[in-house]
Ligand binder design. Structure first.
Ligand SMILES: *[C@@H]1O[C@H](CO)[C@@H](O)[C@H](O)[C@H]1NC(C)=O
Ligand SMILES: *[C@@H]1O[C@H](CO)[C@@H](O)[C@H](O)[C@H]1NC(C)=O
Length: 394
C-alpha cells in the first residue's frame, strides 16, 4: 500500500528539510487507486477512510512521527496531546459502527493542531508559549475547541507562536520565537522569516505535521504567517467565530480562523467553528446573522473567480519590496487570477494608507496595549488555578 511507503519515506529521511520538500514534489498526486498522506486534503482523507485505505489512528501515527522527525528543526509544535491516539481510535470505532449509514462530517477523525492560546480542558497546557502559564488550569475548553470535539476532530496538540502574540517584548523578539519552543522556522526557507504570531499553526500545516490548524489574529497574525509559509489563512469577520476561552489581545479586533493547505479545508474548519456563543455574546450574536443557511461549503466552486473583480492596493507594500523576487511572484499570481477569469482592478489608491497600516500612527497600538491588560486579566481571573493571576504594567 502506498500509504505505508509514504510513511517510511518520510520517517527515514529524518533531518534534511530540503530533502523532505524535494521529495514532496515527486510524490504522486492522490488518485483513485493510491493514497498518500503527504499533502492530502480533507476530501481525500475522508475518501480514504471510506475505502478502508486509511484509519484516523494511522493518520495520527503518521503526524506524530512527522513531528518527532521535523520538530527539532522547525519548533512549530509545543505539545503533542497524550490522548490523540485514543481520540483517533474512538473516531475509527464510531466510523466502523456507522459503516455507510450517514456522513459523519468533514472533520470526523481529522487531526487539528491549536495555537497554544486555545484553552483545552485536558492534559495539554495552554500557555501562549510562555513558562508563566505552564500548569495553569482552565475552567473549560474554548468554545471553538468544544465544537471541534463535537465534530469528531482529533486534538493533536498545541502549536508554537510568537510568545504572548509578541507582547512578551513588542518589536524585540523575532517572529515565531517563544521560550517554551524556541525559534520556529519557515520550512521553505529556514533562514527566512516565518512571520507570526500564528507561526507554529502555519509551519506545521506546511510541513505536513497535521491536516489543519487553528490560529488567531488581531493584526495580521493569521494572514502573515500563512503567507510566509505558503499555506491558506482564513481571517473571519470579528465575531463570526467565538473567542471565548482563547487568550485575548484586543477583543474588538481578535478573531479565530483556519490555517490549511487548501481553501476547501479552511472552509470545512470554518463551518464547524462559526456561530453564536453565549460566552462571547455581543460579537457572535451580531455576526451570526450573516452565516448562510447550510454553511459555507456550498459556495466552494473551482470556477469561482470567473467574473469577480479584485482590487490591488500596491502602495501598501511595493515601496518596501521594490526589486524583490516577491514582486515577481506577486505579478505571476495576479496573472493566475486573470487566467481564472477574475478582473484585476490595479493600482487602487487608499486615502491615508500609511496611517491605517501603521498601528503606531493609527492608534491601534495604544488600543492593543490598553485592551490587552484588561482582557488578559479577565482571562486570568477565570482560571481555576494559575502560577500567575494578574498582569501589571504601566
Ligand atoms: C504541561 O506542563 C507540565 C509542566 O511542565 C508538563 O509536565 C506536562 O507534560 C505538560 N503537558 C503536556 C501534555 O505536555
Ligand atoms: C522601484 O525602483 C526603481 C529603480 O530601482 C524605480 O524606478 C521605481 O520607481 C521604484 N518603484 C517604486 C514603486 O518605488
Amino acid at each position: 500500500m502506498l500509504m505505508g511507503t509514504a510513511i517510511n519515506a518520510a520517517t527515514s529521511i529524518s533531518f534534511s528539510i530540503t530533502t523532505v520538500l524535494t521529495l514532496l514534489l515527486f510524490i504522486p498526486i492522490n488518485g483513485q487507486d493510491q493514497f498518500t498522506i503527504i499533502e492530502a486534503t480533507i476530501d481525500e482523507i475522508q475518501t480514504a477512510f471510506d475505502q478502508n485505505k486509511l484509519t484516523s489512528t494511522q493518520l495520527v501515527e503518521f503526524y506524530i512521527t512527522q513531528i518527532e522527525t521535523l520538530n527539532p528543526r522547525l519548533r512549530s509544535v509545543i505539545e503533542v496531546n497524550p490522548d490523540a491516539r485514543s481520540q483517533a481510535e474512538k473516531a475509527d470505532l464510531a466510523r466502523k459502527r456507522n459503516q455507510g449509514r450517514r456522513f459523519l462530517g468533514e472533520l470526523h477523525g481529522i487531526p487539528v493542531l491549536l495555537k497554544d492560546t486555545f484553552a483545552t480542558k485536558d492534559k495539554l497546557n495552554t500557555s501562549a508559549g510562555s513558562y508563566a502559564l505552564v500548569g495553569s488550569v482552565v475552567p473549560r475548553d474554548a468554545t471553538v475547541v468544544e465544537r471541534l470535539r463535537d465534530a469528531g476532530a482529533v486534538i493533536l496538540g498545541k502549536a508554537s507562536l510568537t510568545e504572548w502574540y509578541s507582547f512578551r517584548a513588542l518589536g524585540k523578539i523575532p517572529n515565531g520565537w517563544c521560550a517554551r519552543a524556541g525559534q520556529a522556522k519557515n520550512p521553505y526557507l529556514p533562514s527566512g522569516d516565518p512571520c507570526g504570531s500564528s507561526s507554529g499553526s502555519a509551519i506545521s500545516v506546511a510541513a505536513n505535521m497535521v491536516t489543519v490548524s487553528l490560529g488567531s489574529e488581531t493584526h495580521g497574525s493569521i494572514l502573515c504567517p500563512a503567507d510566509h509559509n505558503s499555506v491558506v489563512g482564513l481571517k473571519p469577520t470579528v465575531g463570526l467565530t467565538s473567542r471565548a476561552g482563547v487568550i485575548p489581545v484586543l477583543p474588538q479586533h481578535d478573531t479565530i480562523g483556519a490555517i490549511s493547505r487548501t481553501v476547501s479545508d479552511a472552509v470545512y474548519l470554518l463551518d464547524v467553528i462559526v456561530g453564536f456563543d453565549s460566552r462571547d455574546y455581543e460579537a457572535t450574536s451580531e455576526a451570526a446573522k450573516y452565516i448562510p443557511v447550510g454553511g459555507y461549503k456550498q459556495f466552494l466552486n473551482e470556477n469561482g473567480l470567473k467574473g469577480k473583480r479584485l482590487g490591488v492596493v500596491r502602495n501598501l507594500f511595493s515601496n518596501a519590496l521594490n526589486g524583490s523576487t516577491v514582486i515577481t511572484a506577486f505579478e505571476n499570481h495576479l496573472n493566475t487570477l486573470r487566467q481564472s477569469g477574475a478582473t484585476i482592478v490595479d493600482d487602487l489608491e487608499m486615502a491615508n494608507v500609511d496611517v491605517i497600516s501603521n498601528p503606531g500612527k493609527s492608534g491601534e497600538l495604544t488600543a492593543m496595549l490598553a485592551g490587552f491588560k484588561i482582557a488578559l486579566n479577565e482571562y486570568l481571573q477565570e482560571l481555576v488555578s494559575s502560577p500567575v493571576s494578574e498582569l501589571a504594567y504601566e
